[in-house]
Design a protein around this ligand. Structure first.
Ligand code: PRT
Ligand code: ZN
Length: 283
């Protein structure tokens, strides 16, 4: 069987979460900062540690079968790869930002202005699609200081907390794209079976992360109201308790509904609610 290769970021914002995801998939490998390639001992897979900018092309060209990288990088490099799975980390937005002192009222106020960015391709497309003609100044980093230095009227950069914009006297003005880390694959890879297996492992880890395992005690008389609040994967398990008139209910609930559901359950008479993390959910 051919060994699969997956490219992840060597160091930077996506490295830690990418390594964690692969480890949670049950893959056993060393994560030495010095190595560029690490074999997985319990799956026919090698992990390549690369700069994020190189990952889409390596996957497109078949040097790696799969990769984990931000959507922003894929769209900027315009490579032909398959999107296999959104991964829910590395979330950010590519935004146009302007100095706080400017009072633009519409996007057309950017006409004739200069915008500094490391994302000229994506910004160019955005401006064209809105019929705006600005001068794009491509720079290699520290975009946020360009207006202060008089190098550009505005910037287009990734934003997550917004702290960088704020501390440079800038404010977000327009959203160009939102992005998160994604699992990508090479179009037409001959390792389809192994890739499928890995995608399934990734999906079972993501599903588990979005879900909590809940065990609670419920008065039998209110069981219907309580189980209606708990749809579970199929339906909740109900186990009799030693105390007459009480049962234990076991189920899973989505993380996003968590606090709402817990207070509704308490109101419906649930007691002794225990919430546990789940490692994997295989459907
Ligand atoms: O060395 P290598 O080339 O691999 O890494 P890099 O330095 O090019 O990338 P890195 O590690 O900074 O980011 C990797 C990926 O993380 C990006 O491609 C995005 O998909 C994602 N990501 C998520 C971000 C951010 N959030 C982010 N906030 N990438 C960069 N930033 C920067 C942004 O450019 C700006 O300078 O953080 C600053 C803004 O952050 P806030 O929190 O102040 O808004
Ligand atoms: Zn990079």
């Amino acid at each position: 069987m051919k060994t699969l290769k997956i490219a992840i970021q060597k160091s930077g914002r996506l490295n830690e979460k990418s390594v964690e995801l692969l480890k949670n998939c049950g893959l056993n490998f060393e994560n030495y900062k010095s190595s560029l390639i690490s074999p997985v001992s319990n799956f026919p897979l090698e992990i390549l540690f690369l700069r994020d900018d190189d990952i889409p092309e390596y996957v497109q060209d078949g040097i790696a079968d799969m990769g984990i990288v931000g959507e922003n990088v894929i769209q900027e490099t315009e490579v032909q790869v398959s999107y296999l799975q959104k991964l829910g980390f590395g979330r950010c937005s590519l935004k146009i930002a302007i100095p706080n002192t400017e009072h633009y009222t519409s996007l057309s106020d950017l006409n004739g202005k200069s915008i500094a960015t490391t994302y000229p391709v994506k910004l160019g497309k955005f401006l064209r699609s809105h019929g705006i003609e600005s001068e794009i100044r491509t720079i290699s980093g520290s975009v946020e200081i360009s207006p202060g230095l008089g190098l550009a009227d505005a910037i287009c950069d990734l934003v997550s907390t917004g702290g960088t914009l704020k501390s440079n006297g800038l404010r977000p003005y327009a959203d160009v794209m939102s992005s998160e880390a994604v699992l990508i694959g090479r179009k037409g890879s001959e390792n389809e079976e192994l890739i499928k297996e890995l995608i399934q492992r990734v999906q079972s880890v993501l599903r588990a992360k979005e879900t909590k395992y809940v065990v609670l005690n419920a008065p039998k008389d209110n069981l219907e109201a309580i189980t209606n609040l708990l749809p579970g994967v199929k339906s909740p398990s109900v186990v009799p308790l030693a105390e007459e008139g009480w049962v234990a209910v076991h189920t899973v609930i989505p993380e996003r509904d968590f606090w709402d559901r817990i207070s509704q359950l308490k109101q419906a008479g649930a007691q002794g609610i225990v919430v546990m993390p789940i490692e994997k959910i295989i459907l």
